[in-house]
Design a protein around this ligand. Structure first.
Ligand code: ATP
Length: 377
């Protein structure tokens, strides 16, 4: 009986792993493949590393094939997980069976630096598979898994998508996705909001919101505001923007605000008011600073606080923006928030004037205030 060995962090295991190990078992007619999650020493563990027990359970859910067996031998052994130790244990158990060790191409590249790599080669046949489609592989003493068509995927990408609130079923299968959701793995404090935004916004606006959140966090760091509050405000500033106009009006009414004449004739302003109302009445936010930063991110106003200015400017400078002058905007934003605001306000006010569209009095008041008090405060 030939034995296959496939080790990894499996944080989490994904369909790329599954396709690979199936191809491996088929190609070498293996009726037993040990899937061995590595122990990760506490000092190396990142906040993102799922507990060993959970990684084992996820492997059990994904590698659902009678030929595959999940082994906790490296986890029980603790310490540094050296493949050579694992192979020595297996060799003692199965002295006469051929053993095949499966590695992905990235692992193969560093194989010669592995602890006692020569002994590993002596104890087993190393089998290597490409991770990237169509890429030629230098065998480096291994047997290549010929004609293998990989799924280009990594656990890192899965974790990023979970954090971004994306559905990862297509990447890890239904069972592992449900496990990840049930245990809240790989999320951060903002994941529920990112998930909500995915429901409420189109792709373009979603990406914009993520970019504004990043810019807001950067500016908060530069100007001494709370980076986490800024990130959240940036993330949510356009939460109502892709909602139909009637829904925006209904949300404004739900929040108890009344439109002024200037607002009534300019539907492009509604999403900011509706966004503030949504955060307050639906999500239960009561942080007035954050609420105001959403409420005034389009028009600006006189007397803006630091966070309001940050969100206003972040919206103009975010990585997704491509208009003429955006580089200047980004430079100004890192020098003086007021200079950046003035640049943004001038840009918007002149565009509106050119198109004979109404200019909200808050924008004019904001513009005048910066000039009156000096933009280089
Ligand atoms: P991370 O992104 O966290 O580094 P990973 O996706 O590389 O994780 P590991 O658990 O580190 O997953 O990988 C275990 C083994 O599976 C390694 O030998 C790796 O090269 C291989 N491997 C991972 N993903 C693929 C894939 N999509 N195709 C082929 N091999 C893969």
């Amino acid at each position: 009986m030939a034995i296959g060995v496939f080790g990894g962090t499996f944080n989490p295991p994904h369909l790329g792993h599954l396709r690979l190990v199936r191809a491996f078992a088929d190609r070498f007619a293996l009726d037993r493949v040990l899937i061995i999650p590595t122990f990760v020493p506490p000092h190396k563990a990142s906040p993102d590393l799922a507990q060993a027990e959970m990684r084992i359970q996820m492997c059990g859910l994904l590698f659902d094939d009678p030929r595959f067996e999940i082994s906790d031998m490296e986890i029980r052994r603790g310490g540094k997980s050296y493949t050579v130790d694992t192979l020595e244990t297996l060799r003692a158990q199965y002295p006469d069976e051929p053993v095949y060790l499966l590695v992905g191409s990235d692992m193969l590249e560093s194989f010669d630096t592995w602890y006692r790599a020569g002994d590993i080669r002596r104890m087993c046949t190393v089998v290597a598979a490409v991770r990237e489609k169509g890429k030629a592989l230098d065998a480096n003493g291994a047997v290549l898994l010929e004609n293998y068509d990989p799924i280009e995927l990594s656990s890192t990408a899965v974790r990023e998508k979970v954090r971004a609130g994306e559905d990862v079923k297509p990447l890890v299968g239904d069972a592992v996705a449900a496990f990840i959701a049930q245990h809240g793995l790989y999320t951060d404090a903002y994941t529920p909001y990112r998930r909500l935004l995915r429901e409420k916004l189109g792709d373009y606006r979603l990406r914009h919101s993520f970019c504004v959140a990043d810019s807001a966090r950067e500016l908060a760091g530069l100007y001494g505001a709370d980076p986490e509050q800024a990130y959240l405000a940036g993330l949510l500033h356009d939460v109502m923007k892709d909602s139909p106009r009637e829904a925006q009006l209904a949300m404004i009414a739900q929040g108890g605000a009344e439109l002024t004449a200037a607002e009534r004739c300019n539907p492009k302003l509604w999403h900011a008011m509706a966004g503030e109302a949504f955060l307050r009445t639906v999500l239960g936010f009561d942080d007035e600073t954050l609420l105001n930063s959403v409420r005034y991110h389009t028009t600006g106003r006189a007397g803006m606080c630091l966070l309001e200015k940050i969100i206003y400017v972040a919206d103009y400078m975010s990585a997704d923006r491509v208009y003429d002058g955006v580089d200047r905007m980004r430079r100004l934003a890192r020098q003086s928030l007021e200079s950046a605001m003035l640049f943004g306000l001038s840009f918007t006010i002149s565009q509106l004037a050119q198109n004979e569209q109404p200019i909200h009095p808050d924008s004019v008041a904001c513009y005048n205030e910066i000039l009156e008090t000096g933009k280089d405060r």
